[in-house]
Design a protein around this ligand. Structure first.
Ligand code: CP
Length: 312
């Protein structure tokens, strides 16, 4: 169903296809729990990881996912490439494709660059995050983490809290979470919201205290300082007062509810040091699970896109 396809946005996948990815992730989680965490499924295929922006989780998990499936991986870092000598992005991508790669995983700092690249090439692309636009594999691994915890999406209330304005994760997650059946709300003050937020069609609250005691999932967004051209929030103290998940708020959370964050966490801003480190959080904080599940989700996508694909 996904053979040879690109994944640029969360809504490139139907609900049925999202279900297929999650089902396959379950199979690959089982592989990841084995002593030998490797299957020969993509032997002979080559995947290029092309990152124009820094990454820890996404880049390493795509690399590991490819290796667990026995594919070959080439890692391209923009900072040490011929881009520095003035080569254009399209010429760079064409050069990598000439090395006979089967799929490109691309992260870029500018929204929409991947759509531009996709129009010029025939090789499938997976979007590993483009500017403020989309991060579809994050949405898939987050949905998977929620499904593993609750067994269902139906009826779950999710609050997505923080810097919505600069977050590609928020855009992909609101879209995908709503479509699979979760009740999504945004918690952000006006200065952290884009002007077009109403098109998302979800309710907006301005402070975490308005939702903390009745949602099932508290999804803390990273404050994207690297994408803020100017300071968007008056002070860290103000942020802490209205948006930070601290110990007092943790105590108010609904029984069985959980906390997710895409990482990397700005400690003391989105989540307090004591919540990050403290035993008080118990098993509410699912951040390590998100990272683990990211490998299985990316294995599932690489498998579904490449396993049946004919060589060009
Ligand atoms: N969640 C996420 O995209 O993290 P990285 O920037 O470390 O890849």
């Amino acid at each position: 169903m996904l053979t040879g396809r690109s994944l640029l946005r969360s809504d490139d996948l139907s609900v049925e296809e999202i279900g297929l990815v999650l089902k396959n992730a379950d199979l690959f989680m089982e592989v990841l729990e084995r002593k030998v965490k490797k299957v020969p499924t993509l032997r002979g295929k080559t995947i290029a990881n092309i990152f124009f922006e820094p990454s820890t989780r996404t880049r390493t998990s795509f690399e590991l996912a490819a290796k667990r499936l026995s594919a070959d991986v080439v890692n391209f870092a923009a900072s040490t490439s011929s881009l520095k000598k003035g080569e254009s992005i399209i010429d760079t991508i064409d050069t990598i494709i000439s090395l006979k790669v089967n799929l490109l995983v691309i992260r870029h700092g500018h929204s929409g660059v991947l759509n531009f690249i996709a129009k010029h090439i025939k090789v499938p692309i997976i979007n590993a995050g483009d500017g403020k636009n989309q991060h579809p594999t994050q949405a898939l691994l987050d949905a998977y983490t929620i499904k593993k915890k609750f067994g269902t999406f139906s009826g779950l209330k999710v609050a997505i809290v923080g810097d919505f304005l600069n977050s590609r994760v928020a855009r992909s997650n609101v879209e995908l979470f709503s479509r699979v059946g979760m009740e999504v709300m945004i918690v952000a003050p006006p200065m952290l919201l884009p002007s077009d937020y109403t098109v998302l069609g979800v309710p907006v609250k301005t402070a975490i205290d308005q939702v903390i005691d009745h949602v099932d999932v508290v999804y803390m967004l990273r404050m994207q300082f690297e994408r803020q051209k100017r300071k968007l929030y008056p002070s860290i103290e103000e942020y802490n007062r209205f948006l930070t998940l601290n110990s007092a708020r943790l105590q108010k959370m609904k029984k069985g509810s959980v906390v997710l964050h895409p990482g990397p966490v700005n400690r003391g801003i989105e989540i307090s040091e004591e919540v990050m480190d403290g035993a008080a959080a118990g098993n509410r904080i699912l951040i390590p699970d998100q990272v683990t599940h990211g490998v299985a989700i990316r294995m599932a996508l690489l498998y579904l896109i490449l396993s049946q694909q004919e060589e060009a």
